[in-house]
Write a protein that binds this ligand. Structure first.
Ligand code: OSB
Ligand code: MG
Length: 369
């Protein structure tokens, strides 16, 4: 496939409900979409960088710059057979993994169409339905949080994850457990604690959490290993795992017992598959994290989640939890059993609504060789 043009677009999409973590509140997403135009086939990729460099170093604006100046020029005019061939072309740029993922995943998306195979099969997936959980942000009051949890449990989601931070943790978890002693529950700190908080984190054990996600520094394995040694609850790493090699190092150090894989955070499908494989070799289960994606990123997350070692419910949930109207058709729907059924169709399995995308676009640039 010759890459004839690459289009960058910024779309704006208000969230149905704000999403708050220990690093801040999001009410409207600014999303960078990348399209690869390849001999009659259009592949779509979503950049999962946030509006601000708070989750990691990237933001939509750094990604736009890196794609325009470096990544698109590295693929434009080239004959690329497979999405797998893209990382080598982008390798010279250090980091900027979410920007790289947007480009690489657009090529995988195009490849699945060109070969007329489902993207999930191209990726190596085996599961025909995936298990879904929800990530629920910090709310204005504990009552509001309990109401949200009740709604999601009624909808069928298999696992509830709540965001925590100092001052919004033990009391909250206690109230959740009092009301729902048996649900599968986990928490995500987005690096809000320090190793000195060990005794405090130990007090979470009474809530029988499935895991505690990224409690300490975003770039750390070593101190997480010390923490994991002291906790019965599984530590899960999110922010700290940027590659398959990171996963290998973290697991050799026993820094966690579960790994969250985000397609953008590790730099695209090729590295996500490698990360998945490393965890499988260590016998450590993985699950698919979310970044408040639009339908394109969501469709790609679904494809990735069909790999066999995605053994825990992901933060992959229905479009309507985020958007009044999603940019794909059909919208992502979750069954009353908390699962997403995998489509048989070739490609990503969801059509892109270009008319709607045009209406949501606030800037657009097409690059050619
Ligand atoms: O840490 O998993 C995270 C959203 C933005 C940034 C970081 C995270 C999250 C989520 C949202 O938890 C998951 C979702 O997309 O529903
Ligand atoms: Mg997380």
């Amino acid at each position: 496939m010759r890459i004839e043009a690459v289009t960058l677009r910024e779309i704006r999409m208000p969230l149905v409900q704000f999403f708050e973590t220990s690093f801040g509140r999001t009410t409207e997403r600014r999303i960078l979409l990348v399209t690869a135009h390849c001999e009659g086939v259009t592949g779509w990729g979503e950049c999962t960088a946030g509006e601000h460099p708070f989750y990691n170093e990237e933001s939509i604006d750094t990604a736009w710059y890196v794609v325009r100046e470096y990544l698109a020029p590295a693929v434009l005019g080239r004959n690329i057979e497979r999405g797998r061939d893209v990382p080598a072309l982008l390798q010279r740029v250090r980091g900027h993994r979410m920007a790289k993922a947007a480009v690489e995943n657009a090529v995988w998306d195009a490849e699945a169409q060109a070969r007329a195979v489902p993207l999930w099969q191209l990726v190596g997936g085996t599961q025909r339905e995936i298990a879904c959980g929800v990530s629920i942000g910090i709310q204005d009051s504990p009552e509001q949080l309990l109401d949200k949890i009740a709604t999601e449990l009624t909808a069928g989601y298999q696992r509830i994850k709540v965001k925590v931070k100092p001052g919004w943790d033990v009391d909250i978890l206690c109230r959740i457990r009092q009301r729902w002693p048996g649900i599968t529950l986990s928490c995500d700190a987005n690096s809000a604690y320090r190793l000195e908080d060990l005794d405090h984190l130990r007090s979470f054990e009474q809530f029988r959490l499935l895991m505690i996600e990224q409690p300490l520094w975003n770039d750390d394995f070593y101190f997480h290993a010390q923490l994991q040694k002291e906790l019965q609850t599984a530590v899960c790493l999110d922010e700290a795992i940027l590659s398959a090699r990171d996963a290998d190092a973290a697991l050799q150090l026993r820094a966690c017992r579960i790994v969250n894989i985000k397609l953008g955070r590790v730099g695209g499908f090729t590295e996500a598959i490698a990360t998945h494989d490393v965890c499988a070799r260590h016998g450590v289960p993985v699950w698919c994290g979310g970044m408040l994606e639009s339908g394109i990123g969501r469709a790609h997350n679904i494809a990735m989640s069909t790999l066999p070692n995605f053994r825990l419910p992901g933060d992959v949930s229905a479009s309507k939890r985020y958007w009044k109207e999603d940019i794909i058709e059909p919208a992502v729907e979750v069954s009353p059993q908390g699962t997403i059924a995998i489509a048989d169709e070739p490609g990503r399995g969801y059509e892109v609504r270009e008319d709607l995308i045009d209406r949501l676009t606030v800037r657009k640039e097409t690059l050619r060789p």
